[in-house]
Design a protein around this ligand. Sequence first.
Ligand code: SF4
Length: 429
Amino acid sequence: MTVMAPIRIAPAAGCSDAPVLRERGQHEVFCGLTGIIWLHRKIQDAFFLVVGSRTCAHLIQSAAGVMIFAEPRFATAIIDERDLAGLADANTELDRVVAQLLQRRPEIKLLFLVGSCPSEVIKLDLARAASRLSAEFAPSVRVLNYSGSGIETTFTQGEDACLASMVPALPQATAKAPMELLVVGALADVVEDQFTRLFQQMGMGSVKFFPPRRANDLPAVGANTRILLAQPFLADTAKALQDRGAVRIPAPFPLGVEGTQAWLQAAARVFGIAEATFDATIAPAKQRALAALARSRLALEGKRIFFFPDSQLEIPLARFLSRELGMTLTEVGTPFLHRQNMAEELAMLPEGTMLSEGQHVENQLDRCRAAKPDIVVCGLGLANPLEVEGMTTKWAIELVFTPIQGFDQAADLAELFTRPLVRRMRLAA
Ligand code: SF4
């Protein structure tokens, strides 16, 4: 096995104070309901009841696929024309649907009522419905609500809204509780297990993950909680946890070798882990990842990439692709730029990177065509038209569905970008 030399971290003036092109116009993104697709797999005894239209039901069904071996843990309570016209009492209907569901599915411990564009249009008060139903079905089922509506949101905000809705339900950690690490953001179980092992090996003590795998394992939160964001799109959740006294550990996100190392190290330092112990703990996984990444670097170095704003993962991905794989960033678009949570990432972006926030899709398409990138990261709605124009695309949503965090996934993440380029080369041959 060839082991690559450690990555050289270029002294980064970075993009901390870089100008950002702010655009407000038509944008092409999925709505927050999409988050249900990965969240329902993560919290194994939760159920997501979308209160929406047939369009919402169709989106979830087609995006999540049909489950053949298990009953799905999501469904849509359809608001029909009678509800929209105010002819039926949508609350009575919702109560009936929930009672029927909970009777048929006693394994459900946490029920999310998920708002949509239609439920917002008819001003259905799902917060009140959730507290009414929670009182009725307590203590066996907790009912919470959040909005996955597509009005002015982007798809990863669904997870943020879901997790933020859970924060008030978290138990209060006592003032005397020892300092505890809380990793925030849904990660694939395999990734979570890898991080747990690394934290344990370096002697970090108890580490909790939020969301938990089971609804009754809600982590306690308080002034001794230190939160480490695993996903960059959790601004509301982070704020809600900070309002409960938790303290955020500033760190980049665990994408790529460099990002993963810095993310783990930020936590290790706060918990007083000796540098030598930290280095020895991560060394095997880091060396494996560096060796695996070397292959992708051959395919990606010098290639030009353009990011449309979609998942909010764009800035950490751009940092990884430019610094560890030598790609050139033509434009890095993000739906929202949360400067505080993104500070460490911005500092690591190459100076002069073109950053944009929000979207005016026509203007951005013009910039993309003019830039002639080798690969474009965008939503599904833009991918096909751009492919027809001869561009190579990567669906942003795939980056959210695939386990990409951590050392052992760094090469898989790079592979997600090499594959479309190789496919395009074969088609052109
Ligand atoms: S929530 Fe709104 S954007 Fe999302 S599927 Fe339903 S109607 Fe469409």
